[in-house]
Design a binder for this molecule. Structure first.
Ligand code: FES
Length: 253
């Protein structure tokens, strides 16, 4: 059931250059949200910008708090970065279909490219709560852009890669996968299209469930405008309603 709520902001912090973590009180949404789902946020005081912006639910806390993680990429996110404790966010959610665990999946491999970590922390926390184990591969351009390890649950096994080699293995995060995919029962990934194309080409993932979260432009987030329609191997799908999580194998690359 989708809710529209006015969520008081608890904190809004720049945790990396141009990357913000905002926590808001939204128990109506956190009580029913699933990892991989998203919210539409009105990013302005008025109707400018007109359209809400989609954000993955980054984390939820027991007290009804919800976190969103975002990069400043335009006017809407610039406005959001300026919001402070005591302001309120106009939210619509939870929306879309999130990640799902196969019942026999105990060892999960999570792969995050840059801001693609956004939906995976909520997923990791839920999985850990169900007794599953998590290996998380994170990649970024350089060490200063890597998501802080201190914000992750300590029981996660974390492996990092940076393109310039300033931390972890030098190279792309997908280059780490070969060492961990064989032991994983299920794989979850979030990042840019180029990362998904690279994962899709890995022969060692054949026959394994790989769920990815797609990021596309969304007009409504509610299945009304058809602006997010994509062609998949199962026919036309709306990312906002049928996704944003899809099986990697169902997408044309
Ligand atoms: Fe409008 Fe998906 S964003 S139908």
């Amino acid at each position: 059931m989708v809710k529209q709520v006015s969520a008081p902001i608890i904190s809004n912090t720049e945790i990396l250059p141009h990357t913000y973590l905002v926590w808001a009180q939204a128990p109506e949404i956190t009580s029913i949200a699933q990892p991989g789902q998203f919210v539409m946020v009105r990013c302005g005081e008025s109707y400018d910008p007109l359209l809400r912006r989609p954000f993955s639910i980054h984390r939820v806390a027991n007290g009804g708090q919800m976190a969103l993680l975002f990069n400043i990429v335009g006017r809407g996110t610039e406005w959001l970065s300026q919001c402070q404790e005591g302001d309120s966010l106009d939210l619509l959610g939870p929306l879309g279909r999130g990640f799902s665990f196969q019942s026999a999946s105990h060892r999960l491999l999570l792969v995050a490219g840059g801001i693609g970590i956004a939906p995976l922390v909520f997923l990791a926390e839920k999985a850990l709560g169900e007794g599953r184990s998590i290996t998380l591969l994170i990649g970024a351009q350089n060490a200063s852009l890597l998501y802080p390890e201190s914000l992750l649950p300590p029981s996660i096994k974390l492996i990092t890669a940076t393109e310039d080699g300033s931390e972890g293995k030098k190279g792309m995060v997908t280059e780490l996968m070969a060492d961990f995919a064989a032991q994983a029962d299920q794989v979850f990934a979030c990042g840019p299209t180029s990362m998904y194309q690279s994962i899709a080409a890995q022969h060692y993932l054949k026959g394994k469930s790989v769920q990815i979260s797609l990021e596309v432009r969304m007009g409504c987030g509610l299945g009304a405008c058809y602006g997010c329609t994509i062609k998949t191997k199962r026919g036309l799908r709306q990312v906002c309603q049928d996704g944003p999580v899809f099986e990697l194998n169902d997408i044309f690359w």
